[in-house]
Design a protein around this ligand. Structure first.
Ligand SMILES: Cc1ncc(COP(=O)(O)O)c(C=O)c1O
Length: 402
């Protein structure tokens, strides 16, 4: 027996299923479609270097502890971003977080007790599943289709649940989701808010990818749809976003927009978590957003990611035909692909690794490892030439495993 008496959530910890693929990445010549990393070639290094130099001219402020809510300059900039996305808000409505990942963790601390039910769009971002397991939540998987979360399936599930078993929270990534790459259509955004109000659950709208749109056809956030419905009343939606996918994940800057009662409690929870998000990183982020370089950098990233997405999806369709099914994403970094049930998923994964191409097996995105004949492919990090190579190698793997 161990000297250490770990809590139930950490008695038998499972690491991230994606991080467990890391050893394969060091194989010479491996092309990875596995990670959710943005392309390093798209980091605006020049702009960020200038922002870092500027941040240091604020002297002691950037090197000192800061307010838990975040720096006033950054909160102003983030409020302007949210307004541009359609949210009615001011700097006072922003809580700066250490990545949007921390925002979700804080919410679980202030809202969820062990045994509470939480709906999760499924397939789901694996760190969300892991965070819910650590919180002792009971996970209720909610299906998605090509238009995002299936709100009518959700409505049917909610209607059938006894009152005591109703969820306290629902987690969704409405814009270019991880892992499916889908966009939640406007009518479903409105219906989701109605259901949240009717059944009394909080909607966590996680939106790190919304700015990476390949067209202009992106609806306003679910948070904004809720503002339309409740007016000045309590908004059942909590909005999380991040600079990780649009500027640089190394900054570890994300933010939360929520009802003041939620924001206040998350701020108190953050005080015992990290006191404040790095003031130096916040100063760099604020200075970068003030510099005016952000819109151009994002437009460049969107154009490049769209090129990479087309190379991947058109290549796979041309080579694999009906063996695979997917919805072509209109933004973001991911394609979700399902494949013929006669193909053995483990054989396919082994053949892909042998051919030097890596993907994340679909089971990583299910709380119960249920869906085996699927995979997530990320087109963000490899360039077009590497993606073409990856398509050749995946084709070879499919033929070996078929
Ligand atoms: C859906 C989703 N939410 C949150 C995160 C974490 O983002 P951050 O770097 O802001 O913590 C990711 C990163 O991959 C993600 O895909």
């Amino acid at each position: 027996m161990s000297f250490f008496q770990f809590t139930p959530a950490f008695a038998n910890p499972q690491g991230s299923p994606i991080r467990e693929l890391f050893p394969y990445l060091s194989r010479p010549g491996m092309v990875s479609l596995a990670g959710g990393y943005p392309s390093p070639s798209l980091f605006d290094q020049e702009g960020l270097a200038a922002a870092a130099a500027q941040a240091m001219t604020t002297g002691a402020t950037a090197l000192q502890y800061g307010a838990t809510e975040g720096s006033p300059a950054l909160r102003e900039q983030l409020a302007a971003q949210c307004q541009a996305r359609g949210i009615r808000c001011s700097a006072a409505d922003m809580l700066v977080t250490t990545g949007s990942q921390q925002g979700f963790d804080l919410l679980l601390r202030v809202l969820i007790q062990p045994g509470d039910a939480v709906c999760v769009e499924t397939p789901a971002y694996p760190a969300t599943i892991a965070a819910l397991r650590q919180a002792g939540a009971q996970i209720l998987s909610t299906p998605v289709d090509g238009d995002g979360l299936d709100v009518e399936a959700l409505a049917a599930m909610l209607a059938a649940l006894p009152v005591a078993e109703r969820p306290k929270l629902l987690y969704t990534v409405p814009n270019f989701s991880n892992p499916c790459g889908t966009l939640l259509v406007q009518a479903r955004r409105e219906r989701l808010v109605q259901l949240a109000l009717e059944y009394g659950f909080v909607v966590v709208e996680d939106d790190p990818y919304g700015e990476l749109a390949f067209t202009d056809a992106r609806p306003a956030p679910v948070y904004a749809a809720a503002q339309q419905q409740v007016g000045e009343g309590e908004n059942p939606v909590v909005y999380l976003s991040s600079l990780s996918k649009t500027v640089a994940p190394g900054l570890r800057v994300g933010w939360m927009v929520a009802d003041p009662a939620v924001l206040r409690r998350c701020t108190v929870a953050k005080q015992t978590n990290d006191l404040c998000t790095s003031p130096l990183a916040q100063a760099v982020a604020a200075s970068y957003l003030q510099s005016g370089r952000y819109p151009q950098a994002v437009a460049k990233a969107c154009a490049e990611y769209q090129r990479r997405m087309l190379a991947l999806t058109q290549g796979l369709k041309a080579r694999l035909g009906d063996l695979v099914q997917f919805v072509q994403p209109a933004g973001g970094m991911f394609v979700w692909m399902t494949f013929d049930a006669r193909i053995d998923p483990q054989k396919l994964f082994d053949a892909a690794v042998a051919a030097n191409v890596l993907f994340v097996p679909g089971k990583a995105f299910y709380a119960d490892n249920a869906q085996l004949h699927s995979m997530r492919l990320s087109f963000a990090a490899p360039d077009v030439a590497q993606i073409e190579q990856a398509v050749d190698r995946l084709t070879e793997a499919f033929h070996k495993a078929s």
